[in-house]
Ligand binder design. Structure first.
Ligand SMILES: C=C(O[C@H]1C=CC=C(C(=O)O)[C@@H]1O)C(=O)O
Length: 383
């Protein structure tokens, strides 16, 4: 009897894949990030050495190169950091040689999912009460809008599912920045639709994004959106508009609001752009003034921030901070607000969601909206 030739040539090494590259970065406890911007290839970058660069106010972001991550509020366990690109892989078929190089890279036992201790998870009834106390404060004239957030804890060890979830999210959310990063004791992944600031091809761009509906053909028409929803987004538009004027940017162009897709949802969006030369190569002062916008904090900013600080019992950490690639492609910066995201820890994971509250908010509807937002991550986690 003659044996048939095997279809696999035993002498030819089997090509390794992007999921294997990402798993190697996780297992070696490297500082790394992988991301996919709308319409672009997946980019993976890894750093040789276990600690990311800590960013401070002295670092002008446009002079850096790497994947930048900034928290909502800086703390000892959550700092603004930059992962350096000692190795870059573009696309989903990484070159074989990258695996050998990665094997030589040094990681850090502190990287990867730490056990930071579960964050406070407020339940349905408590969330409704928090919305009501915000509405009361708004009616008393303390501020006009505040963005309340909460955490949903998954009591399961999902570390083995992280890479597959990220790959699924890349396929499912073509309109979002999809990312995974591991650094400084943190492991996060997310799919965010909100550009905070992007610079490239001579343009600076940002958007005012707020108000949420399910993605249906009817909701894709601006006319379907209520006065409450339009007002909720208008606060963000006015804030960004005034801020760009205060920076004396003369070439600012502003579009009309339209419903913009974000996974299974739509948000109202107004696009802003101006000539990037007007900021004279200095993006950091603008970022510091811009962030957090009323899409994640409130209006006026300080009054809302102070009230939220007293109300929310969890630490937002990197949720509603911002992150993205800085000069990975030359002179191209894309920073997104960190929404629709999950922090992976040893034995559990935490999904962060929030929503804008105004005087017309109905507490139960606000809860339902946050449940919808958790689905961005949870549906990709399951299958
Ligand atoms: C704060 C979040 O979303 C913001 C962005 C778009 C729509 C929002 C809203 O409808 O409230 C939020 O302002 C979040 O997803 O956690």
């Amino acid at each position: 009897m003659r044996l048939r030739h095997s279809l696999v040539d035993p002498m030819k090494p089997i090509k390794k894949t992007l999921p294997q590259l990402l798993q190697l970065c996780l297992d070696k406890k490297l500082c790394f990030a992988s991301y996919r911007e709308p319409g672009c290839d997946i980019v993976t970058l890894a750093q040789d050495g276990g600690e990311p660069l800590r960013l401070s106010v002295d670092h002008e972001i446009s002079e850096q190169r790497g994947f930048a991550i900034a928290p909502f509020v800086e703390s000892d366990s959550c700092r603004p950091i930059l992962i350096s690109p000692d190795l870059i892989s573009v696309g989903d078929a990484p070159d074989e040689s990258l695996f050998a190089r990665l094997e030589q890279f040094g990681g850090n036992s502190l990287n990867g999912c730490g056990d930071i201790g579960e964050t406070y998870q407020c339940d349905h009834a408590e969330y409704l009460q928090e919305v009501d106390s915000l509405v009361t404060a708004i009616e008393a004239g303390r501020f006009a809008k505040a963005v309340l957030s909460r955490v949903e804890i998954i009591r399961d060890d999902i570390r083995e599912k992280v890479v597959a979830t990220y790959i699924r999210m890349c396929a499912r959310y073509p309109h979002s920045l999809v990312y995974i990063f591991q650094a400084d004791g943190h492991l996060w992944l997310g799919a965010t639709p909100e550009i905070l600031a992007s610079v490239g091809q001579g343009k600076l761009q940002t958007i005012a994004l707020a108000a949420t509906r399910k993605n249906t053909p009817e909701n894709q028409k601006f006319s379907a959106w209520s006065e409450k929803e339009r007002q909720e987004q208008q606060y963000v538009t006015d804030y960004i508009n005034d801020l760009l004027i205060s920076f004396d940017l003369k070439s600012v162009k502003r579009g009309l609001p339209y419903p913009r897709q974000a996974g299974n949802m739509l948000h109202l969006c107004t696009e802003f752009s101006c000539d990037s030369h007007e900021i004279g190569g200095k993006l950091s002062p603008l970022l510091q003034a811009l962030h957090p916008t009323p899409a994640v904090c409130g209006m006026p900013k300080e009054a809302a921030r102070t009230f939220l600080h007293g109300l929310e019992k969890h630490d937002r950490q990197y949720y509603s901070g911002f992150l993205g690639p800085v000069n990975i492609s030359p002179e191209q910066i894309s920073l997104y607000v960190n929404l629709r995201c999950m922090q992976v820890c040893r034995g559990y994971a935490q999904v962060y969601v929030g929503g804008g509250i105004t005087s017309d908010s109905v507490a139960e509807d606000e809860w339902t909206e946050t449940v919808l937002k958790t689905k961005t991550i949870l549906s990709a986690l399951d299958n």
